[in-house]
Design a binder for this molecule. Structure first.
Ligand code: HEC
Ligand code: HEC
Length: 203
C-alpha cells in the first residue's frame, strides 16, 4: 500500500533519483559529444581518458553531478566542467543508462607487474594496512551498482594511476568518507603501477 501511494505521488509530482531512471535510447541520441573523447563505443583509445562503457550507471550519474558542481564536490576537471554544465539531471540519467549498457573492453596486464598487482588487488597489504580492492570493486572488477562503487575492469592503467595520485594528493576528494583518499595515501608509486596493470587485464 505504501508503495502504491508513493507511485501515485510520484506520478503526480516529479520524484527524486529513487524513481528517475535513464533511457538508454535517449542517451544514445545525446552521446555524440561524449564519443569524441570517450570513443564511439564508450571505450576511449586515449590512455588518459577513461573508458566509460560498462561503467556502473549510478556511478556515472554521481560523477557527472560532481563535475557539474565542480570544486565544492571534490572533483573538478577543466575538460568535463563545461560539458556537464549543459546537462540536466535527466540527460545524465539517460547518458548513464546508455554508456553502462555498452560492453567495456579489456586489456592485458604486464607480466612483470601482474604478481604484485594481483596480490594487492585480491589480498591488500596487511603490513601497510591497505584494504583489498576486491572488497569494494569486486573479484572481477565489476563494481557495485547499488553502492555506486565504480567498475575498474579493463580501465586504462594511465587513467587509474592518474586517479590514485589525484586521491592521494586530495586533488580529487569526492569519495564518500575519504575511502579512496585513505587507501591511496598508503600506496607507493610502484604499487599504483602494479595494481593498475593488473586491473587493465581483469575480467
Ligand atoms: C574533450 C574530451 C571529453 C569529452 C567531449 C567528454 N569527456 Fe568525459 N572525461 C574526459 C576526461 C579527460 C575525463 C577524466 C577527468 C579526470 O581526470 O578527472 C572524463 C571523465 C568522465 C567521467 C568519469 C569517469 C570515471 O571513471 O570516473 C564520466 C562519467 C564522463 N567523463 C562522461 C562523459 C559524458 C557523458 C560526456 C558527454 C556528455 C563526456 N564525458 C564528454 C574527457 C571528455
Ligand atoms: C572500502 C571500499 C573501497 C576499497 C577497499 C577500494 N575502493 Fe577504490 N573506490 C571506492 C569508491 C566508493 C570509489 C568512488 C569514489 C567516488 O565516488 O568518487 C572508488 C574509486 C576508485 C577509483 C577511481 C575510478 C574511476 O573510474 O575514476 C580507482 C582507480 C580505485 N577506486 C582504485 C582502487 C584500488 C586500486 C583499490 C585497492 C588498492 C581500491 N580502489 C580499494 C571504494 C573502494
Amino acid at each position: 500500500m505504501k508503495n502504491l501511494i508513493s507511485i501515485i505521488i510520484c506520478s503526480l509530482f516529479v520524484c527524486g533519483s529513487a524513481i528517475a531512471k535513464g533511457d538508454a535510447t535517449a542517451g544514445k541520441q545525446k552521446s555524440a559529444t561524449c564519443s569524441a573523447c570517450h570513443g564511439m563505443d564508450g571505450n576511449s583509445t586515449v590512455p588518459q581518458w577513461p573508458k566509460i562503457a560498462g561503467q556502473k550507471q549510478s556511478y556515472i550519474v554521481q560523477q557527472l553531478m560532481d563535475f557539474k558542481v565542480g570544486e565544492k564536490s571534490g572533483r573538478h576537471n577543466d575538460t568535463m566542467y563545461p560539458i556537464v554544465a549543459m546537462l540536466s539531471k535527466q540527460d545524465m540519467e539517460d547518458l548513464a543508462a546508455y554508456f553502462s549498457s555498452l560492453p567495456g573492453s579489456i586489456g592485458a596486464a604486464s607480466p612483470k607487474l601482474a604478481a604484485r598487482g594481483k596480490a594487492l588487488y585480491r589480498g591488500g597489504d596487511l603490513e601497510n594496512k591497505i584494504t583489498a580492492c576486491t572488497a569494494c570493486h569486486g573479484p572481477t572488477g565489476q563494481g557495485i551498482e547499488t553502492a555506486a562503487y565504480p567498475r575498474l575492469a579493463g580501465q586504462h592503467p594511465d587513467y587509474i594511476v592518474q586517479q590514485l595520485k589525484a586521491f592521494k594528493s586530495k586533488e580529487r576528494a569526492n569519495d564518500l568518507n575519504a575511502i579512496m583518499r585513505d587507501i591511496s595515501a598508503k600506496l607507493s608509486d610502484d604499487d599504483m603501477l602494479a595494481v593498475a596493470s593488473y586491473i587493465n587485464g581483469l575480467h
